[in-house]
Ligand binder design. Sequence first.
Ligand code: NAD
Ligand code: TYD
Length: 353
Amino acid sequence: MTKLLITGGAGFIGSHVVRLLVNRYSEYQIVNLDALTYAGNLENLSDIEGSQNYRFIKGDITDAAFISGLFAKERFDGVIHLAAESHVDRSINNPLVFAKTNILGTINLLEGFRALWEDNWEGKRFYHISTDEVYGTLGETGLFREDTPYDPNSPYSASKASSDHFVRAYGETYGLPYVISNCSNNYGPNQFPEKLIPLFLNNIIEEKSLPVYGDGNYTRDWLYVEDHAAAIDLVLHKGKTGETYNIGGFNEWKNIDLVKSLCRVMDCKLGRPKGASEKLITFVKDRPGHDLRYAIDASKINNELGWQPSVTFKEGLEKTVDWYLAHQEWLDHVTSGAYLEYYNNHYHNNQPT
Ligand code: NAD
Ligand code: TYD
């Protein structure tokens, strides 16, 4: 594989994947295809935009004619597919766009790849990036394994589950050489401030309330984004065709405990009195269909490929806070205009419970 298409490379995780691969594989040609939706931001890649092994193409994966033309012209050997609508709350308000981008967009890419290589798949790979949310929710105990049955609960996770099924079906039906990974919640630099950690970080900076859904006793398994990018590099090069790998941080936190930790780090960094940020915590109406707990058993990728997280949560949270505090301009750019409209629409009814 020397010519790689990365979709969604201007987004949060995609930009870290693009950076890692561009810096590590000077012999590859890396093409980043991104529609630059509200979540896509080329500022995320300003440090590598001039690299000789990198190109950006603006385009929409839901446009079948455009995608088939692009594959015919560029003849990609490999694809890492990250482009997606990715926020659960938005999927509750607008499920259709999730079906279109996450399902139809994935099928368009699979079709483009199939049209090129169906006669000879030798040396080709389609790598689909997915989420642990396809497995639904856990109770207080247990872990998601690769053989956990799919049981998605939100329009987002249902659309991702569907896209995973299409990828597998192309493997079974056409012999398309795929690999899939399902990862837990990521955090780190460049995450759009609609997800828990950057949203609360930004609100703390602005001294706005911190809207914790329900009682805050929901659990997520957090992974630093650069550790996810490293896992993706490994699965791309060493993962077995037709396999799924679960990726997680071995790092479960109840939302309320995580938010309190974040508050403490922020008070310290901002020189505010201890407890100042915690006072901003407001319990608000719960998210409908809110999954109680996600937690990953990452022993397969650990045993077979030797991957494990390298950053502790304490280090990762501190690096993340430091990055956002040093990039106020980035935050200002992404929180103007459409963001404010989203924020006000989504949170305006969220009176304290
Ligand atoms: P993101 O929302 O930050 O970025 C998504 C990117 O896709 C953006 O750059 C956007 O412009 C692009 N995009 C959206 N629609 C497009 C379209 N129609 N055509 C082309 N590009 C389009 O998302 P993220 O958090 O970086 O997630 C990336 C992938 O990883 C997604 O597939 C997501 O399901 C998966 N994932 C995310 C997490 C997480 O915690 N964020 C965890 C596990 C898996
Ligand atoms: P989120 O970052 O949206 O990721 P996901 O829903 O994919 O896990 O949310 C993480 C957790 O934080 C989830 O349990 C919902 C909760 N949450 C809040 O309590 N308040 C908020 O404003 C947001 C965005 C999330």
